[in-house]
Design a protein around this ligand. Structure first.
Ligand code: SF4
Length: 218
């Protein structure tokens, strides 16, 4: 990756690029949608794809346009491409969904803001669901958070890829503040002890879950 292609990913054709947007909790305003549409039209973006991480992927960007696209996207164009918290997904949660038991959008935005710009050994995907129906697939995210009538349940080490794995349950019945504290403890430990490029699921398989058991006693 050169300075000219920073923030973009080379596509299958070997010459065009894709640019990811930063959309905390998967929530966009009408103004942000207009920005994406304006940029897509101006730079003749061939495909605007909604990804599994609740973000917009602008595909088919020419190399000469990468800097312009990112700049004109403004805050939307600041998605991290380093090993970091790539996204924090959220379902509508208790504010909007009739099944919701907890405020998933607010918690997801809080986590997203706290970890913006921080690097980790490997990418981290976080899913926040407002009830045990788990529409944000929290159990197969590096950090999974699910609401219940008694508070938040937090899991760690989930993975949905090649070698899928359900995350280990770390704590349950947490307030939002306690859930944030739990996420901080998990990610701090992972950051300090994981090897480069080692996703949380592989980290757990290598080191075991004793340290999570220790956290449960705290
Ligand atoms: S996880 Fe629960 S609260 Fe969230 S969208 Fe699904 S049913 Fe609704």
């Amino acid at each position: 990756m050169t300075d000219a292609t920073y923030g973009a990913k080379l596509q299958r054709d070997g010459k065009s690029y894709a640019i990811q947007t930063r959309i905390p909790a998967g929530v966009v305003t009408p103004h942000e949608l207009e920005t994406i549409a304006r940029v897509a039209k101006k730079y003749t973006i061939s495909l605007v794809k909604i990804t599994s991480g609740q973000r917009f992927l602008l595909v088919g960007v020419q190399e000469k346009d990468i800097a312009g696209v990112r700049k004109e996207l403004g805050p939307l164009g600041t998605a991290s491409i380093t090993p970091s918290v790539r996204y924090v997904q959220s379902c509508p949660g208790i504010s909007y969904c009739k099944n919701g038991t907890q405020d998933s959008i607010t918690l997801a935005k809080t986590i997203s803001d706290e970890y913006a710009g921080q690097d980790f050994p490997a990418k981290i995907k976080i899913g926040v669901s407002g009830c045990p129906r788990c529409c944000r697939e929290s159990r197969v995210r590096d950090v999974g958070i699910m609401g219940t009538t008694k508070g938040w349940t937090v899991t760690f080490g989930g993975h949905s890829g090649f070698k899928s794995r359900q995350g280990e349950q770390v704590a349950t019945g947490l307030t939002s503040e306690e859930a944030m504290k739990c996420v901080r403890s998990l990610l701090t430990h992972y950051k300090a002890h994981a090897e480069p490029k080692e996703r949380s699921s592989r980290f757990i398989e290598r080191v075991g879950t004793e340290w999570i058991g220790e956290m449960k006693k705290e």
